[in-house]
Write a protein that binds this ligand. Structure first.
Ligand code: ADP
Ligand code: MG
Length: 245
């Protein structure tokens, strides 16, 4: 695939105090590409996601989104941040708002859409994640898998250029994991640009264009799923795979 870069990190380094949490990260995510990030706990996967979304500053290196460097602060940053949708392990829905209102809120506040326009778009997206019938319910009335699908609809509502998922199924009961992965598979098939931190190796094998393996803040391997799973090169990856497969 000829890579048309959408997200690019060049020589990115980040510290938490003395902890060197991201080390010389170089990563390109092409438009329409699905990159799955795996690695042991504490290897820097979540930090990488937050860095791409500029929820966290970095000490050195450059990050560009669609050819433009991420601004450091202010309105330009808020605008750019809205270009990258993020889905977390904990769905972070507003408990006192309906499903529909949860999906519409940022469209109204950030995208300045009218309520009618936002609600129309929200209903389309709720239909897409199979939850239109639940639009008027409150989050607590839904299962964890349904709440996570609402969170995905909410991220999509901003028409982001890319979607980041940080262990989106880790907090879910096993029977709910599939319904969330199916929505993500669908997005991948439709050509969404996605960076997905997950331990779901089935998803990595079937949906990823590339698997990025991290250990100790470094990208240790960056290869196709086929190459990575059949013949991991590094001892760290072999060790990791032997524990989870
Ligand atoms: P992963 O998502 O791969 O488990 P993280 O990116 O969450 O890893 O964390 C990488 C390292 O940075 C860990 O050692 C973690 O303890 C540390 N860390 C994460 N967030 C913070 C923070 N806000 N302040 C200080 N240290 C942090
Ligand atoms: Mg994490």
């Amino acid at each position: 695939m000829a890579v048309d870069p959408l997200i690019e990190l060049r020589d990115v380094n980040k510290y938490y105090g003395k902890l060197h949490v991201l080390r010389d990260i170089n990563l390109t995510v092409g438009r329409g590409e699905v990159v799955v990030v795996i690695g042991p706990s504490g290897s820097g996967k979540s930090t990488l996601c937050r860095t791409i979304n500029r929820l966290e500053p970095v000490e050195s290196g450059t990050i560009t989104l669609d050819g433009r460097p991420l601004p450091d602060e202010g309105r330009a940053l808020a605008r750019l941040r809205a270009e990258v949708g993020m889905v977390f392990q904990s769905f972070n829905l507003f408990a006192h708002k309906t499903v529909l209102a949860n999906v519409s809120l940022a469209q109204i506040k950030v995208r300045r859409r009218s309520r009618e326009e936002a609600d129309r778009r929200s209903r389309e997206l709720l239909e897409r994640v199979g939850l239109l019938a639940h639009a008027e319910k409150y989050p607590a009335q839904l299962s964890g898998g349904q709440q996570q699908r609402v969170a995905i609809a909410r991220a999509l509502a901003m028409d982001p250029k890319a979607l980041l998922f940080d262990e989106p199924t880790s907090a879910l009961d096993p029977e709910m994991i599939t319904e969330v992965l199916e929505v993500m598979q669908q997005l991948a098939r439709e050509g969404s640009t996605m960076v997905v931190v997950t331990h779901e190796m089935g998803f990595a094998r079937s949906a990823a264009n590339r698997v990025v393996f991290m250990a100790d803040g470094r990208i240790v391997e960056d290869r196709t799923p086929e190459e990575f799973f059949t013949a991991p090169r590094s001892e760290r990856a072999k060790d990791f795979l032997s524990k989870i497969l």
